[in-house]
Design a protein around this ligand. Structure first.
Ligand SMILES: O=C(O)CCC(=O)C(=O)O
Ligand SMILES: [Fe+2]
Length: 316
C-alpha cells in the first residue's frame, strides 16, 4: 500500500505571499493598488525593473540613473512603485548632494531641519558620528519628524561611507501593522489621537541645553493614532516609539499599556525589510506609511549617511 505524504492546501498568511517575478525580470503588478474608491487598476511597471525585497514592503529599482531629470511619466511610475512598496532602493547612484536634492524635489519642497542639519545646507542632514555630525536614530523605531504638525512626506537617504560589516537599516510597513491588529484593538484606536514630542526622542542624543532653543518652535502636537494615507486611502498605524508620548484622553498607565502594544505591533519582523548598504546606494521612503531603524552594530567603524526630507501634509 502506498501512502501519500500529507499536503497542506492552506494559503500562506497574506503578508508572506511571494510575489511573482516572471522570467523577463519585469515585475508584473500582482497586487492591486486602490487609486480611487471606484478605480482598481493593475498594471506592470513599464520603465524600470522592480525587485521586491519582502512581500509588502521594500523593492529595489533597477535600470535608472537618478542623477538625470525625471520625465512626468517616470515620476508618476516611480510614485506608484513608492506607494506600493513604501521604500525603494537604488544601488550605486553616487549622487552629488545637489542631485540628491533635485531628485527629492520631484516630490515637493525640501524640509529644513533646524534640529539636525549642520553646515550651510539646512535641508541636508549628514549623519556622521565620527565627525561630530547628527546622531542617527539607532535602536529606536521612528517615523521622521512626527513632532511637526506636518511630518515629512518622505525622505531620500544616501550612504556615502559604509562600515566593513553591519550598519543596515530596517523599514516597517504601517499598513500591514494596522491590518494585522486584532479587531478589538482596531476598534479601540479608531478616532484616537496621540501626542508627539521631539524631546524624549532627542534627549537620548542631545543635552538639554542643545534642545532648549527648539521648544518654542516644536511644541507637542497631536496626530491621529490611525492615519489615512492621502494617496492610497489606506489606514495605517501612526504612532512611534521615538516621538509618541501619550494617547490623548487616557491616564498615563492606560496610555503606556496601549502604546507599548502598538509599538510592539509596529516592530513585527514580518512587516519589515532590511537593506544592506553599499556606498552610493539610495533609499527613498514614504514616511507616511513606514517607520525605520538604523542598526547600530558596527562598533567604532565609520558610517556616513546624508538625508533630505520632503515636506508633508497634516495627517488625518
Ligand atoms: O542612517 C540611517 O540608516 C537612517 C537614519 C535616519 O533615521 C534618517 O535618515 O531619517
Ligand atoms: Fe529617520
Amino acid at each position: 500500500m502506498t501512502t501519500t505524504p500529507p499536503t497542506t492546501t492552506a494559503p500562506l498568511p497574506p503578508v508572506l505571499r511571494p510575489h511573482r517575478i516572471p522570467a523577463d525580470g519585469l515585475y508584473e503588478g500582482r497586487r492591486i493598488l486602490r487609486r480611487t474608491p471606484d478605480d482598481w487598476t493593475e498594471r506592470p511597471y513599464e520603465r524600470f525593473e522592480v525587485i521586491p525585497q519582502a512581500a509588502t514592503i521594500g523593492a529595489e529599482i533597477r535600470g535608472l540613473d537618478l542623477s538625470r531629470p525625471l520625465s512626468g511619466a517616470l515620476r508618476a511610475e516611480l510614485n506608484r512603485a513608492l506607494l506600493e512598496w513604501k521604500v525603494l532602493f537604488f544601488r550605486a547612484q553616487h549622487l552629488a548632494s545637489g542631485e540628491q536634492r533635485e531628485f527629492a524635489r520631484n516630490w515637493g519642497q525640501l524640509e529644513s531641519n533646524p534640529l539636525l542639519a549642520r553646515g550651510d545646507s539646512k535641508d541636508v542632514v549628514r549623519f556622521d558620528k565620527a565627525a561630530g555630525g547628527a546622531p542617527t536614530f539607532e535602536n529606536v523605531w521612528h517615523t521622521d519628524v512626527t513632532f511637526r504638525e506636518r511630518p515629512a512626506m518622505g525622505a531620500v537617504l544616501q550612504l556615502r561611507e559604509v562600515p566593513p560589516a553591519g550598519g543596515d537599516t530596517l523599514w516597517a510597513d504601517m499598513a500591514a501593522a494596522y491590518d494585522n491588529l486584532p479587531g478589538q484593538i482596531r476598534e479601540r484606536i479608531e478616532g484616537a489621537r496621540a501626542v508627539h514630542d521631539y524631546l524624549p526622542g532627542f534627549a537620548r542624543f542631545c543635552t538639554a541645553a542643545q534642545l532648549a532653543p527648539f521648544q518654542a518652535e516644536f511644541p507637542p502636537v497631536e496626530h491621529p493614532v490611525v492615519r489615512r494615507h492621502p494617496e492610497t486611502g489606506r489606514r495605517m498605524l501612526f504612532v512611534n516609539a521615538s516621538f509618541t508620548t501619550r494617547i490623548t484622553g487616557l491616564d498615563e498607565a492606560a496610555s503606556d499599556r496601549l502604546l507599548r502594544l502598538l509599538f510592539q505591533q509596529a516592530q513585527v519582523p514580518e512587516f519589515q525589510v532590511r537593506w544592506r548598504w553599499q556606498a552610493g546606494d539610495i533609499a527613498f521612503w514614504d514616511n507616511r506609511a513606514t517607520q525605520h531603524y538604523a542598526v547600530n552594530d558596527y562598533g567604532s567603524h565609520r558610517r556616513v549617511a546624508e538625508r533630505v526630507a520632503i515636506a508633508g501634509d497634516r495627517p488625518h
